[in-house]
Design a protein around this ligand. Structure first.
Ligand SMILES: *Cc1c(COP(=O)(O)O)cnc(C)c1O
Length: 223
């Protein structure tokens, strides 16, 4: 039976092989949204410190059970307006900021809590009925506004690859994301992470410039 420790080792080897030579190191967000508490323990014991959750209630509960201050809690799910205050209070990073109105709400909540919150702009490079995200053109258009919020630090771009078996389509989206990332980073020093790639496509993502990936099922799988 594959253990989480073995999965983690396999992941590190595959990541190393997929990374461009001489590239910058790639951070791994261990996505624990479907993990049991035992699996969470195993993930943390493997040395993962950045954890990704997609529901605020789950994040709140797990953070209470694992109060280690070295852990960094990344929110990666769709954030509803009525959960913004809690999200700002509980999260170290909100990765899934997919609309301007949400950014505004996060900034207001952060101001009230007097906390500067790190966020990623979620951008969408393909048509999707279910996925949120800024359209790249739209983001460029609003960029001055986006980076002007005082209690928000925009640290990166997050994107989810298209749900397809076509490696070319996935690669194409990741290339566009990398292009946008480089353009934005030239003007905004706070933007330093390109977070893309999940269990099924992280190798393409790092080849195309990701310096942060989000891995769930690959870590947790048991054979
Ligand atoms: C669930 C999820 C992941 C992890 O996906 P896996 O395919 O299980 O690695 C990554 N990013 C987001 C936004 C997710 O919702």
């Amino acid at each position: 039976m594959a253990s989480i420790a073995q999965n983690a080792e396999d992941l590190r080897l595959r990541l190393e092989a997929a990374c461009p030579k001489g590239g910058s190191p790639v951070s791994i967000i261990a996505v624990t949204k479907y993990a049991t508490l035992d699996q969470m323990r195993a993930v943390i014991a493997c040395g993962f410190t950045c954890l990704g959750e997609s529901r605020i209630q789950d994040l709140e509960e797990k953070k209470r059970i694992f109060p280690d201050p070295n852990l960094e809690w990344h929110f990666i799910g769709r954030l509803q307006s009525n959960k913004v205050k809690k999200a700002v209070m509980l999260c170290d990073v909100i990765q899934s900021v997919d609309r301007l109105s949400l950014l505004d709400e996060i900034n207001q909540a952060a101001e009230k809590l007097n906390k500067k919150i790190k966020i990623f702009l979620q951008v969408r490079f393909h048509h999707s009925e279910t996925q949120g995200g800024f359209e790249p053109e739209n983001l460029n258009h609003h960029l001055d506004k986006v980076v002007s919020f005082q209690f928000v630090e925009v640290v990166g771009i997050m994107t989810i690859g298209p749900h397809t078996s076509s490696a070319d389509s996935i690669r194409n989206c990741f290339q566009q994301a990398n292009q946008l990332f480089n353009d934005l980073r030239d003007d905004n020093r706070s933007i330093r992470y390109l977070c893309m790639g999940m269990s099924g496509d992280f190798e393409i993502a790092v080849a195309e410039g990701a310096n942060m990936i989000r891995i769930g099922s690959l870590l947790l799988q048991e054979e």
